[in-house]
Design a protein around this ligand. Sequence first.
Ligand SMILES: Nc1ncnc2c1ncn2[C@@H]1O[C@H](COP(=O)(O)OP(=O)(O)OP(=O)(O)O)[C@@H](O)[C@H]1O
Length: 223
Amino acid sequence: MLKVTNIGKRYGKFIALENINLEVADGEFLAIMGPSGSGKSTLINILGLLDQKYTGEYLLKDKSYKETNDNYLSKIRGDQLGFVFQNFKLLTTYSVYENIEVPLIYSKQKQTNKHALVEDVIKKVGLEGKEKNLPSELSGGQQQRVAIARAIVNRPNLIIADEPTGALDSKTSTEIMNIFTELNKTGTTIIMVTHDSEVADYAMRTVYIHDGHLYDDEKSVKK
Ligand SMILES: Nc1ncnc2c1ncn2[C@@H]1O[C@H](COP(=O)(O)OP(=O)(O)OP(=O)(O)O)[C@@H](O)[C@H]1O
C-alpha cells in the first residue's frame, strides 16, 4: 500500500521527524503510538497527502505525490483516502445523510447509484433511522460512526484515523473499534494513531514514535 523511506520533517530548526522508514502492506491494520508531541500527527499528515514539505521518499501505491499540485492532490485524497479524526469534524448544518454524501459529490469518479452507496455505509456503521438527524442530535459514538461512514463511502484504499476513540468512553470505543476491525476484515487498510494501548490491540501491528523517531517495538524506544 505504502512505503516511506528515510523521511524527515523540520519546523524551522526543530526536527519533528528523522529517518522514518515504514512499509504498510495492503490489508494491514497498523497502530501508531507515542507520547504527545512525538510526531504522530506530523507523520500521518504526510501519509495522508496533507503535507508535501518533507525530505525522503513517500510512495502511495508506488507513486510519489511530492510535486503534485494542490488541486490534483485533493482529488487523489478524495478518491484514495478516508480520514477519521478524534473530534469527528462533521458539517454541523448538514444531516447525517448529507455528511456521508459529501465525498461522493466531490468525487469525479462515476457513481451509478449514490443513494445506494450512502445507504450501504449507513447500514455498515449501524445508523439506520438517523439519516435526517443533525450531528448535534447524536451521541459522540454515533457522530464517529457518521465520520467513519463518510470516510468509507468512496471505497478508499486507505483509512487514516487520528485518535478515533480519543473523545469516547470505553464502551463506545469498543463499538467503534469493532467497526474498524470489520472494515479491515473486508480488505480496507487502516492506519490509526492512538494513545491507548487497549485500542492499539485491535491492530495487527503497532509501531512507536518517540521524539520524531520510529520504533518497531516499545522496548527498543531510546529514552
Ligand atoms: N506547525 C508547527 N510549527 C512548529 N512546530 C510544530 C508544528 N507542528 C508541530 N510542531 C512540533 O512538532 C512536534 C510533533 O508534533 P505532532 O503534532 O506531530 O505530535 P503528536 O505526536 O501528534 O502529538 P499529540 O499526541 O499531542 O497530537 C511537536 O513538538 C510540535 O510542537
